[in-house]
Design a protein around this ligand. Structure first.
Ligand SMILES: Cc1cc2nc3c(=O)[nH]c(=O)nc-3n(C[C@H](O)[C@H](O)[C@H](O)COP(=O)(O)OP(=O)(O)OC[C@H]3O[C@@H](n4cnc5c(N)ncnc54)[C@H](O)[C@@H]3O)c2cc1C
Length: 427
């Protein structure tokens, strides 16, 4: 039985939602240690009795990752994983302290189990990141691995299936379980006076619920809504928008991102012939930008994209899929003409977007974008926060900070920058 009124609801139970829950449960990150960047160390050491969430976010330094999109994400990562981008492993420089008096009554709603999209990653694939980059404060990956009795180390990428297990155990170990409601899907969230009304279904078939809360945090990630080509035949049975874990016969992969790389690697491991249509420059595509030492397999795909046909892999550079017939005939266009290929399956892997269809459409400025303050994670709508991709980051290393900062703002103990608020009422 769900309580029908609660202070804060977090929608999404992936790593961003888990960190928001840690913050809402009263956990705050503090500086501990000697950071290898002497400037950052001096700044943090003088404020070591204050939670990081109460400090002004320092300006970027050369020691901070240039890969983060959000200043909070970048700062938090620099303290959590010093020198990570340089391949070194330095002990994390933060600790969590619990302030029960700061706790905010909250629920985390998720369509699957805690860990979010990590529960749905294709089996048998490794993380793109080093294993320990996937960790959240409160439990190191090493510690967790040892507790499982089967851990070789986490400096290298780890099996994606491990990651969901780690998040689930962290939720339990940090005492958050009673705030997590799994197997529920929120279909509508709308302002209702000073409150937000949140409606959805699950966990059992036929269950419907409506909740009211004062603050709502969107931590929906961007796994659920795949981009589509919008071409004839895209809904055919032979077309998928997910990495096919199993299959037989020739596969046409469309796209040149990391998911396309996953699909090619999995298909080749199963000895399926692969035809690969892409428009990106092979030297600039995401696979080519990964470190060849760590991601040898993706890197070799990027190289093959620029080479002639090899046994079982046919690259079609500068080529667009324009239609698919029900029998698997694919109509392709390239600058100099048209061609066709007959395949058993087509995997259209051209990216994904946050699914904000639960919000009233007039709240979204441009299609599916909601502006978010990059330090408080407030949106222009009173009581509504957004963390993760909408705030500029999608890697676990960086979204970890978003959750803590949003929670501190909700609990009223952050250095909030003032964001002009639109009335929650849309009338
Ligand atoms: C193939 C692949 C490999 C990746 N590898 C890496 C990697 O190596 N390193 C890395 O840092 N990142 C990686 N990522 C990105 C990774 O997924 C994100 O970093 C991270 O999971 C985002 O966390 P999140 O909490 O924002 O969202 P998610 O993990 O996506 O969790 C959000 C959850 O909320 C649920 N949800 C959404 N809307 C609703 C709703 N209306 N009602 C109920 N529940 C809802 C979703 O179903 C989802 O389960 C990878 C992504 C993919 C697709």
């Amino acid at each position: 039985m769900l309580p029908n009124q609660i202070d804060t609801i977090v929608i999404g139970n992936g790593p961003a939602g888990v960190c928001a829950s840690l913050g809402l449960a009263g956990y705050r990150p503090y500086y501990r240690g000697v950071h290898p960047d002497p400037v950052l160390h001096a700044e943090l050491f003088s404020a070591r009795h204050v939670p990081l969430t109460q400090m002004p976010v320092p300006a970027a330094t050369p020691g901070m990752s240039a890969r983060a999109g959000n200043p909070v994400g970048r700062f938090f990562d620099a303290v959590h994983h010093p020198v990570a981008d340089h391949g070194g492993r330095h002990a994390g420089c933060l600790e969590l302290r619990h302030h029960p008096e700061r706790a905010v009554n909250h629920l985390v709603l998720g369509s699957g189990q805690p860990g979010g999209s990590w529960n749905r990653m294709p089996p048998g694939m490794r993380t793109l990141s080093r294993g320990y980059w996937m960790e959240l404060p409160g439990l190191t990956m090493e510690e967790w691995g040892r507790s499982q009795g089967r851990w070789p180390g986490s400096h290298d990428p780890i099996d994606r299936a491990e990651v969901a297990g780690y998040y689930g155990d962290l939720v339990e170990r940090m005492g958050l379980l009673e705030s997590f409601i799994s197997g529920v899907t929120v279909t509508r969230a709308e302002p209702d006076g000073d409150y937000w009304r949140v409606a959805g279904h699950g966990p059992r078939e036929g269950d419907l619920f409506t909740l009211r809360c004062r603050r709502l945090v969107l931590a929906v990630g961007m796994y659920d809504r795949v981009k589509r080509l919008g071409i004839p035949g895209e809904d055919s049975e032979c077309v998928t928008h997910r990495v096919p874990a199993q299959g037989e016969g020739p596969l046409l992969v469309v796209g040149a991102g990391l998911s396309a790389g996953d699909a090619i690697l999995m298909a080749r491991a199963q000895r399926r012939p692969v035809i690969h249509a892409f428009v990106d420059d092979p030297e600039q595509c995401p696979m080519a930008r990964l470190s060849p030492d760590i991601y040898t397999d993706y890197y070799s795909v990027a190289r093959q994209m620029a080479e002639p046909v090899t046994d079982g892999y046919e690259p079609l550079p500068g080529t667009r899929l324009v239609a698919v017939d029900p029998d698997g005939t694919c109509h392709l266009e390239y600058p100099a003409g048209r061609t066709t290929r007959q395949v058993a399956q087509v995997a259209v892997l051209i990216g994904s977007l946050p699914d904000l269809s639960l919000l009233p459409p007039d709240m979204l400025e441009v299609e599916d974008v909601i502006p978010t303050d990059r330090r408080t994670f407030r949106t222009p709508f009173a009581g509504l926060y957004a963390i993760g991709p909408m705030a500029g980051d999608n890697f676990v290393r960086f979204i970890t900070g978003h959750g803590f900062w949003a929670a501190a703002d909700i609990a009223g103990d952050s250095v909030a920058t003032s964001t002009p608020r639109k009335s929650a009422s849309l009338n």
